[in-house]
Design a binder for this molecule. Structure first.
Ligand SMILES: [Zn+2]
Length: 264
């Protein structure tokens, strides 16, 4: 098996990978409170794990792919009241992503995926894709939050939620699987909260700045009490399969045909 992790590869190996139109996946995450039972590095561990599993599936299907080290510093101001949280502000976060992309593209890679693992980064990832795409018109850049890109991955696995919430059934189960022994099982009974991080008066599509502390006293959104290692293993596998199917589809990356432009 060819090495999949950028940081474990040499510069000559990465130059060769760039020459073969290898897809670069950049996991983007956060370091923040995850309730009484989960480690602050949850999004970082899960971002790395989802990216690695996706890359394994892509490689098994014959695609060239390499995974950069995770960006562990994200946008987490809304978690600061709980402690344990490190946050960047938007301009710095976007600058970090832009400059990583610049470096990747300068070395000749042509395709980049920003694979986000933190809800607070969601909108900024969309902005980053637009900014990076504008700056590098000849390259292809995609981005998205893993559970929003592949929501079907959780069907039939989770019992108490439809998908990822926060420090919830999904994240806790995957942390049981990915970081054996870090979940504080003695605190699991308290690991539940509301099932939305907005009140019923706020439509999903209406932006409204809220602190997590105003929405959930435990820091949890969702219900982790029936989390299990087996559910986590199944979620991670399903995510890898579905994300690899999306990213491995050549039509996603196809350059537009200039002949099709302005035909009307
Ligand atoms: Zn998060």
């Amino acid at each position: 098996m060819t090495e999949l992790l950028w940081a474990r590869m040499t510069a000559p190996e990465l130059r060769a990978a760039a020459a073969e139109d290898t897809l670069v996946i950049l996991p983007v995450a956060s370091l923040e409170q995850h309730g009484p039972h989960l480690a602050t590095g949850t999004d970082t561990y899960l971002g790395e794990a989802v990216a690695a599993r996706t890359a394994q599936k892509l490689q098994a299907a014959g695609h060239k792919v390499v995974v950069l080290p995770v960006v562990w510093h994200g946008l987490a101001e809304h978690h600061m009241p709980f402690g344990g949280t490190i946050t960047l502000d938007q301009p710095v976060f976007l600058a970090v992503l832009r400059q990583i992309a610049r470096s990747v593209f300068r070395h000749g890679f042509a395709r980049l995926m920003l694979l986000n693992a933190h809800g607070g980064n969601t909108e900024a990832i969309g902005v980053a894709v637009a900014e990076i795409g504008n700056e590098h018109p000849g390259r292809r850049v995609a981005g998205g939050t893993y559970w929003l890109v592949a929501p079907e991955a959780f069907a039939g696995i989770l019992e108490d939620q439809p998908g990822v919430m926060h420090a919830c059934e999904a994240e806790t189960s995957m942390m049981m699987h990915v970081t054996q022994g870090t979940v504080r099982l003695d605190r699991l009974a308290q690991a539940h909260g509301p099932h939305a991080n907005r009140p019923p008066s706020q439509p999903r599509t209406l932006y409204f700045r809220r602190s997590f502390a105003d929405m959930t006293p435990t820091g949890v959104v969702g219900d982790a009490r029936r989390a299990s290692e087996a559910k986590g293993a199944a979620c991670l596998e399903a995510l890898g399969v579905q994300l690899a199917a999306i990213l491995g589809n050549p039509a996603l990356w196809a350059a537009p045909d200039p002949a099709q432009r302005f035909s009307a």
